[in-house]
Ligand binder design. Structure first.
Ligand code: NDP
Ligand code: 8X3
Length: 250
């Protein structure tokens, strides 16, 4: 039997890349991201049926034409993992950089919508599919200086609920994965390449790994047809909330 198709955005690092590795056992994959070299490297490593699509999720035309370029049978996406996203900056609202605000709203919210727009109609006509939106604990709570990033993830939470309602009659599952602190390139992006500041985010406690989150995604996808896991908050044991992390003294 041919394996189902999963499209993963943001597969060039972190959670998306780890998810691609795990899902490659049971899915044909379409891996996406801007960094082509990383997509090609991952494709080679996975060594099996993989399509790569390189585009910026902010550019809806680029995504729609990339998607159109796929062979017809690859357009029948069974699982969509809306993962591409990042935080840009950690400023007080009064000091916020409007380019950072644009990036977060355009990538985390509008990018997710554009990709979904291309894929959902096919799921509706086939009366099956599973959409997994990677939100965050920041979609459930707000923390100081998190302002616009938290707003973008609250929007993802609202979109997940809206998708679940609108797609209910079509038998499509919609899941939100809400991780706490995961050590990936996330903080390097947030702090614009300041690797020292980024690494401090993950010091003196044990953060989640991208693999931990990917395993959760695999579990959610592997439930029987009548079971839809709606929402998963996944935290490091050392984290109780956005602002409470049990950091051990050095
Ligand atoms: P990474 O920075 O490691 O990965 C982000 C991925 O998103 C990359 O593959 C990147 O690919 C892609 N991406 C970013 N911007 C764009 C864009 N404009 N167009 C296309 N792709 C883009 O971070 P994570 O793996 O941690 O983040 C993945 C998701 O998990 C995000 O939505 C993030 O908000 C969420 N999350 C992360 C947490 C954490 O603590 N790390 C916790 C909770 C949620 P490329 O640069 O090649 O385009
Ligand atoms: C990423 C986790 O706490 O840095 O969504 O916002 S946090």
């Amino acid at each position: 039997m041919t394996q189902p198709i999963a499209l993963i955005t943001g597969a060039t690092s972190g959670i998306g890349e780890a998810t691609a590795r795990i899902l490659s056992r049971n899915y044909r994959l379409i891996i996406c991201g801007r960094r082509k070299d990383r997509l090609e490297k991952l494709k080679k490593e996975l060594g099996r049926e993989v399509q790569t699509l390189s585009f910026d999720v902010r550019d809806k035309k680029a995504f729609f034409s990339a998607f159109e370029s796929l062979p017809e049978d690859w357009k029948k996406v069974d699982v969509l993992i809306n993962n591409a996203g990042n935080a840009h900056g950690l400023d007080l609202i009064q000091d916020g950089n409007t380019d950072d605000w644009d990036a977060m709203m355009d990538i985390n919210v509008k990018g997710l919508l554009y990709v979904s727009k291309a894929i959902i109609p096919g799921m509706v006509s086939r009366k099956k599919g599973h959409i997994v939106n990677i939100s965050s604990i920041a979609g459930l709570e707000v923390y100081p200086r998190g302002n616009v990033y938290c707003a973008s993830k609250h929007a993802v939470d609202a979109l997940t609920k809206g998708m679940r309602m609108d797609l209910n009659e079509h038998g499509i599952k919609v899941t939100s994965i809400d991780p706490g602190l995961v050590e990936t390139e996330f903080s390097e992006v947030r702090f614009k390449g300041d690797t020292k500041r980024a690494s401090q985010v993950y010091q003196n406690y044990t953060p989640l790994t991208a693999h931990d989150v990917a395993e959760t995604i695999e579990f959610v996808l592997s439930r029987p047809p009548h079971v839809m896991i709606g929402d998963v908050l996944i935290l490091p044991t050392d984290q109780a909330s956005s602002t409470i992390v049990n950091k051990k003294s050095q």
